[in-house]
Ligand binder design. Structure first.
Ligand SMILES: Nc1ncnc2c1ncn2[C@@H]1O[C@H](COP(=O)(O)OP(=O)(O)OP(=O)(O)O)[C@@H](O)[C@H]1O
Length: 441
């Protein structure tokens, strides 16, 4: 049995690599923060913020940027402004399962008032309670709706809230607005024009981080998280005493630093950044690889984190992601994953939804499962994309009937196969023998 230990050879402050850590700055998102600033600036002038929609793939700093910018605005309201009376509220729609207008309105009511969740009322009544709460508070009320796409089709609140003033749902002294955040790009495309036009005064796209940006993000975390790791401004370093590949930048300035570390091999951060950039440039994933690699080194009592630990960490994290997602998935979602994995094995990815649907039908026949219609099948592919299991991209323009989406696995194929084979309903399936072509069955 391994004993617990309160100290670590590797970590100085491990919490910096955890999900709940809030970075002080996001220099890689300066442009996006500037756009967000412009959307919120009218609030500082006393006329309410614009509604703004932040979108982009998972782990691109959308939530971190929204929280940081609102903290700045709050600071301005409290210290620099005589007339900005600001209330902000952050709502995570997914963790609270806010899949209807009723649930979303009651959650916002709870956040604004601190009262308990209203139950047993009609949706209209709860909406009125939410707007009454805003009337009581007054001033500028900015509501962040993270994972706003959780709402699904019952999205009435998404056009009522942004138009609350125009529709006289709130009194003249109240300026409500929404910051909507979503990583479901297809949901945004499919919004009804009515919702789209009220929700979108402005929108800000967070494009995937590249490897260099991920390296900067990782280095800034690493100097806090790891022992014996620091930045030394280049002017203070003796030119002969270091390797050139340890001379780095850490933000948008041209200032160079020596990245001096006694516990991370030189390859570790470049490798993690390259692995994550190859996927979807997800900073959350990159930070997780770094943490896991450190934990593995710590567990083995190794004095440095090496490429070996990173490779192990990557396999662990990917496996965890698939296992966790599969645990929560329905059989139909398992089948969608099995279909995509089959096409990955036959080298047919990236692939559109239609051929994937053909393979899905083959697999459903083999295991004797019901078959969904194409539309609902596509929802499952979309879901895999949002969970980071698959990567969905809009195919290059020019297709008839609007742009199509193409999918490929984002996790390692062997891991997906392994997890599918461990899933009771699918264990009989031999993915290598399934025809990737419905017509050739
Ligand atoms: N530029 C950055 N600098 C430092 N840390 C960052 C940066 N961008 C993202 N992160 C970190 O990466 C993690 C994911 O960021 P965040 O939650 O803001 O992403 P997101 O785009 O909102 O993702 P999702 O849509 O999955 O919620 C967080 O731990 C955040 O602190």
């Amino acid at each position: 049995m391994t004993d617990f230990s309160s100290s670590s050879n590797i970590f100085e402050q491990e919490a910096v690599l955890r999900e709940d850590y809030r970075p002080d700055e996001l220099p890689e998102r300066t442009d996006e923060m500037e756009d967000l600033h412009m959307s919120l600036a009218p609030a500082a002038r006393g006329v309410g913020a614009n509604n703004v929609f932040l979108h982009g793939k998972a782990g691109q700093g959308k939530t971190a940027a929204a929280k940081a910018k609102l903290a700045e605005l709050q600071h301005h309201a409290e210290n620099e402004s005589d007339h900005l009376d600001l209330t902000t509220c952050y709502v995570s729609c997914e963790s609270h399962d806010l899949s209807t207008t009723y649930k979303m309105a009651s959650r916002i009511y709870v956040e604004l008032t601190g009262e308990s969740r209203p139950t047993g009322h009609a949706t209209d009544v709860v909406m009125d309670m939410m707007f009454d709460a805003m009337n009581d508070i007054g001033g500028t009320v900015i509501i962040v709706l993270d994972e706003i796409d959780t709402i699904g089709d019952d999205d009435r609140i998404l056009y009522s809230l942004p138009r609350a003033r125009a529709q006289d749902y709130v009194e003249d002294h109240v300026f409500p607005s929404i910051i909507g955040i979503s990583n479901d790009l297809q949901w945004r495309d499919n919004l009804s024009p009515k919702v789209k036009s009220s929700l979108y005064d402005d929108s800000v796209l967070f494009s995937p981080y590249d490897a260099e940006q991920l390296q900067q993000i990782l280095r800034r975390r690493a100097v806090k998280a790891f022992r014996d790791t620091e930045f030394i401004p280049i002017e203070e370093v003796n030119a002969d005493s270091h390797r050139d590949d340890n001379i780095v930048t850490i933000d948008n300035s041209d200032q160079e630093y020596l990245f001096k570390t006694g516990v991370l091999d030189t390859d570790v951060i470049p490798l993690i950044a390259a692995l994550s950039a190859q996927d979807t440039g997800d900073a959350r994933q990159a930070i997780k690889y770094l943490r896991k690699a450190g934990e593995l080194a710590d567990k083995n009592n190794d004095s440095t984190v090496t490429e070996y630990h990173v490779r192990q960490a990557q396999a662990l994290v990917e496996r965890e992601a698939v296992v966790e997602a599969m645990r929560e998935m329905t059989t139909q979602a398992h089948l969608a994953l099995a279909a995509l994995t089959t096409l990955e094995l036959s080298d047919d990815t990236p692939v559109r939804a239609n051929p994937t649907y053909g393979v899905y039908q083959n697999i459903a026949d083999i295991i004797g499962a019901d078959k969904l219609g194409q539309r609902r099948f596509k929802d499952h592919l979309r879901e895999l994309d949002m969970q980071g299991i698959a990567d969905g991209k809009k195919a290059t323009a020019g297709s008839i009937g609007g742009p199509a989406w193409e999918y490929q696995l984002q996790v390692n194929t062997e891991i997906a196969v392994e997890v599918i084979e461990d899933t009771p309903r699918l264990e009989e399936l031999d993915l290598g023998t399934i025809s990737p072509n419905r017509a050739n069955r």
